[in-house]
Ligand binder design. Structure first.
Ligand code: B12
Length: 153
C-alpha cells in the first residue's frame, strides 16, 4: 500500500536540474517495495550532475512504459533488491522493447537481482536478452562510469 502510494506520488517532472548531461528515469521493479536503494541512486546520480525522475517502488510495467514514452529519458536505470529482479526486470525490459517509442531508450538494471546463490553475473544473459543494455551488480561506481559513456539526446 505504502509502495503503491510512493509510485503514485512520483513527480511528473524532473525534481532537480544539475550540471550533468543526462535525464535519467529511475525505477524500482513491479514487485519490489524497497525504497532506500532508489533514494540512494537518485542522490548519487544528482550529485554527479544528472537530472533524475524517480518513479519510486513497485512500479507497474504499464506505468514504466508510459513514463518512459512521455519523458524519453537519456537513460533508464532500474533497481531491484528483493530477489525477484530477474523475473520482474526481464518482463519490464521486454515490455519496453515492444513499444516503438521506448524500444531505443538505453536501459540498465542492477542491485541484488537474484538470491544469494544466483549472482547477477549468472542472471545477466537473460536480462540482456530481454532488452537491457547493461546488467550491473551493486557497484554504483560502475554505473557512474557507464553514465559518462551515454550520450544525451
Ligand atoms: C529495509 C529492508 C526492507 C524493508 C524495506 C523498507 C523500505 N522502505 O525500503 C521491508 C521490511 C519492506 C523489506 C521487505 C522485504 N525484504 Co528487505 N531488506 C531490507 C534491508 C534490511 C535493508 C535494505 C536497504 O534499505 N538498504 C539500503 C540501500 C541504500 O542499499 P541497497 O538496497 O542494498 O542498495 C544498494 C546496492 O544494492 C546498490 N544498488 C541497488 N540498486 C542498484 C541498481 C544499479 C543499476 C546499481 C549499479 C546498483 C544498485 O546500490 C545501493 C547502494 O549501495 C535488506 C538487507 C540489507 N542489509 O541490505 C533487506 C533485503 C533487501 N530484503 C530482502 C527480502 C527477501 C525482503 C522480502 C522479500 C522479505 C519477505 N519475505 O517479505 C520483502 C520484499 C518485499 C517486496 N515486495 O519487495 C532480502 C533480499 C534477498 C536477496 N535479494 O537475495 C534482503 C537482502 C535481506 C536478506 N539478507 O535476506 N525489506
Amino acid at each position: 500500500m505504502l509502495a503503491t502510494a510512493v509510485a503514485a506520488a512520483a513527480p511528473e517532472v524532473p525534481v532537480r536540474s544539475g550540471r550533468g548531461h543526462l535525464t535519467v528515469l529511475l525505477s524500482g521493479t513491479s514487485s519490489d517495495a524497497h525504497t532506500w536503494n532508489l533514494v540512494y541512486l537518485q542522490l548519487l546520480l544528482e550529485e554527479a550532475g544528472h537530472t533524475v525522475v524517480n518513479l519510486g517502488a513497485c512500479v507497474p510495467d504499464d506505468l514504466l512504459v508510459d513514463r518512459c514514452r512521455d519523458l524519453r529519458p537519456d537513460l533508464l536505470v532500474m533497481s531491484s533488491v528483493n530477489g525477484h529482479g530477474r523475473r520482474d526486470a526481464a518482463q519490464a525490459g521486454r515490455r519496453l522493447r515492444q513499444c516503438p517509442q521506448t524500444a531505443g531508450v538505453p536501459a540498465v538494471v542492477g542491485g541484488k537481482l537474484g538470491i544469494a546463490d544466483r549472482p547477477n553475473s549468472r542472471l545477466a544473459p537473460e536480462l540482456l536478452a530481454a532488452g537491457f543494455d547493461r546488467v550491473f551488480g551493486e557497484q554504483v561506481s560502475e554505473l557512474l562510469e557507464y553514465t559518462a559513456s551515454v550520450p544525451a539526446r
